[in-house]
Design a protein around this ligand. Structure first.
Ligand SMILES: [Zn+2]
Length: 142
């Protein structure tokens, strides 16, 4: 049974929801996501709807119980990083400009990588330490 879409959603538990919501609003709206309404002030959700009607959603929410650590460590077992598609190298540069304009650190500025021809990406952490990447990969974005 092949899956209908790539992913349905990702929920991120964050130490400081207000800070994370500001960050993801900035990032995800630039990537074409639209904010969806939730009935809680410490949760937010953004949806990306593809041309074929399929959709993918990212939600930010507080942790359940007492977190074992305030920051995510990508070197521990679990998620290493999440990568978002960009349509062009210019779009990758635009995300870099947007993040730095708002004072968010980007420790891997846009550059080419030899993973595949034309692979161009930047890497940065969200306020909770979750590593994110925005990549133009011509193999997936012809
Ligand atoms: Zn990656």
């Amino acid at each position: 049974m092949p899956t209908r879409e790539f992913l349905s959603h990702i929920d991120l538990a964050v130490a400081d929801p207000a800070e994370a919501i500001r960050f993801y609003e900035l990032l995800l709206t630039a990537l074409g996501f639209a904010r969806t309404e939730l009935d809680s002030p410490d949760r937010a959700s953004w949806r990306l709807i593809a041309e074929d009607g399929s959709h993918f959603e990212i939600e930010v929410r507080p942790p359940r119980g007492t977190p074992s650590a305030r920051r995510h460590n990508r070197n521990d077992p679990g998620i290493d990083h999440l990568a978002f598609h960009a349509d062009s190298p210019a779009d990758v540069d635009s995300i870099f400009d947007r993040l730095t304009a708002y004072g968010y650190p980007v420790d891997e500025p846009p550059r080419h990588y030899d993973y595949s021809p034309g692979y161009y990406a930047l890497g940065f952490d969200d306020p909770n330490g979750i590593r994110l990447e925005v990549v133009h990969d011509p193999g997936t974005n012809p």
